[in-house]
Structure formats: C-alpha cells, structure tokens
Design a protein around this ligand. Structure first.
Ligand code: ASP
Length: 322
C-alpha cells in the first residue's frame, strides 16, 4: 500500500517538488576572512542584516582569519557550490593575494562573482603621541626612526600591508610591520598606543579619528572624503599620486546555480538602495557603486582590471609572503 502511495506521488511529481526546495531554504553563511570588528566584518554585518530581509533567511557571519585573508577565502571556495556559502573579500584578498601567495585556488576561475559592495580609500593614521602635525612631518619622523616604527597590518598581503609597503617604498624608509588577524584588533592597539601607525581603510579608522583618539594625515584619493573634509588628500599633503581604493565584494564558489547568484545579487542591490544602509556606509567614508556597477558582470570586469593594474605594481614593490 505504502509503495502504491509513493508511486502515485512520484507520478504526480509531488516528491520531486518536496525535495527541490526554493533557494534559500536555510541560513546563508558569509565567510569574512578577517577578525570581527574590522571593516570587512562590519560591512558584511551591515549588509547581511538587510540581505536577510530580502532573502527571508538568516545570514551568518563566519570569521576565518589568517594569511592575509587567504585562509578564509580558501575555506569559502571549497564549500559546496549551492549558494549557502559566500566569500566576502576585497582588493587584498581577491587581487593582491594572487600576486604574492601560492594560492590553492584561482581567483578568477574558481569563483562566480555576485556583486561589488562599496569602496573607500586608505588613511595614513598614527597614535596621538607621534610628534607630527601633518604628512610631511610624519615622513620626517619616520625617516628619523627608520625601521623602528611599528605599523599594524591585517597580515601579509592584506590591504593594509600592501598599502604600507607601497607607502614605505614611496617615502624610501622601511617600516616595521606588525601583523594582526584584521585591522579591527590593529586599530585597538593603535588607540592604546601599542603600535605607532596604520595605513588603514577610512571605514575602519573614521570613528577613532573623529573622536580624536588617533590622528589622520591624508586619504589615498584625489578627492577629500565628504564625511571628513578636514583630512587632506595625498596630493595636497605631499605624497602625490599615492591612490589606493579598497573595494569590497561578494563571490560564491564556481558552479553555484545561476538562480542563487541572482537572488544573492538582488539582495545586495536591495541593501545598497536602503537609505539606512547608505547612511551607515557614508558615515564611515564608504562609497556605494552606481546601480550599473552592482551586477556580477561588472564585478568580474572590475576584478580582472584590478589584477591587470596591481599585479605588476605588487611584484615590483616586492610584497612577499614571508
Ligand atoms: N581592512 C583589512 C585589510 O587591511 C582587513 C580587515 O577587514 O580587518 O585588508
């Protein structure tokens, strides 16, 4: 009898319907490759909260840290390509790391792009008792203390490390890099005076700069940030052309169904259009890409263009996985 019922159900396609649940039918995990409390983590949590509304499922954040973010990205790329594991990354993890680490994955071919999220420049920041009032004075002080100044980073190959190496090469003065599992903990140590400086994402340092807990010398862009109009650009401060924009994005492992990618992308687009999200990002100096740049195709093109632009510079700058 039972068999007959099953056969009838199969004939009607009911069993198949019950098994192929619409995506997403359970929580989605975003793998953040840096420490909780840092800028990549904060962005994932802000967007994840709003994406939950569109997707109707919880968004879990998993921090898998180490090796400049390459461990977290490696964890995400090995997950089942079912749309339930998403790789959060940025210029460091999905461009810079490919030039300096022997990665077990291919940054362009082992992922499907989902969406570009937001971008921000770096800020050169120091603890308050560094005796410099502007970037020129800071550079003089760094030269006077060559090799002794502790610069926090999120690990070799991270955005803050790569930007720090670029900076020390431009000023021809070595820094003493101190690796952390993310710039969240590095910033805490800067505020506490344990390290001297960071070439840090604006979105990470902004609140502490505005609270007067650390000092900002310049933003690595050709325009000042609307939210911090007092901080000069690198061109104005005396380090012309030192431009770095850290853009963040989401990817999924290759082979993820189109439908899942489209739903994730739509949830990002909804989040980036939400006035409350836009305000939170603007408050820390994050710029939202225009709608036409929020497609998977635009992310693929941008990542490829950034690899073409930065890999020769990174190789010439001699950023190495130690
Ligand atoms: N912004 C960091 C970096 O330097 C990482 C982090 O989000 O903590 O790459």
């Amino acid at each position: 009898m039972k068999r007959a019922v099953l056969a009838a159900a199969l004939a009607l396609g009911l069993v198949g319907v019950a098994q192929a649940q619409p995506y997403p039918s359970r929580p989605i995990t975003i793998v953040v490759p840096f420490a909780a409390g840092g800028p990549t983590d904060a962005l994932a949590r802000t967007l994840g909260e709003r994406m939950r509304v569109s997707l109707g499922q919880a968004i879990l954040i998993e921090n898998v840290t180490g090796a400049g973010g390459s461990l977290g990205v490696g964890r995400a790329v090995q997950a089942a390509p079912d749309g339930y594991t998403v790789s959060m990354g940025h210029l460091g993890t999905h461009v810079v790391n490919g030039a300096i680490y022997p990665l077990k994955y291919d940054l362009l071919n082992d992922f499907e792009p989902v969406a570009l999220l937001a971008a921000n420049p770096m800020m050169v920041v120091s603890k308050n008792d560094v005796p410099a009032k502007n970037l020129r004075e800071l550079i003089d002080w760094l030269k006077a203390n060559s090799g002794k100044v502790a610069a926090g980073t999120a690990g070799v190959g991270s955005a803050s490390h790569f930007s720090g190496v670029y900076f020390q090469n431009l000023i021809k003065t070595p820094l003493n890099f101190v690796p952390y599992r993310g710039t969240g903990p590095a910033l805490q140590d800067l505020v506490a005076g344990q390290i001297d400086m960071i070439v840090d994402q604006a979105s990470n340092s902004m609140a502490q700069v505005q609270a007067g807990k650390i000092r900002a010398y310049a933003v690595t862009a050709n325009k000042r940030l609307a939210v911090a109009p007092d901080i000069p650009t690198v061109d104005e401060a005396g380090l012309s052309g030192f431009y770095i924009s850290i853009w963040n994005a989401l990817w999924v492992p290759k082979g993820t169904p189109r439908e899942a990618i489209a739903k994730l992308n739509a949830a990002v687009v909804d989040a980036l259009a939400d006035p409350a999200v836009r305000q939170r990002l603007a408050d820390v100096g994050l710029d939202i890409p225009p709608r036409e740049q929020q497609t998977p195709e635009a992310l693929a093109a941008h990542q490829k263009a950034e690899i073409d632009k930065w890999w020769p510079i990174i190789k010439a700058a001699n950023v190495k996985a130690e």
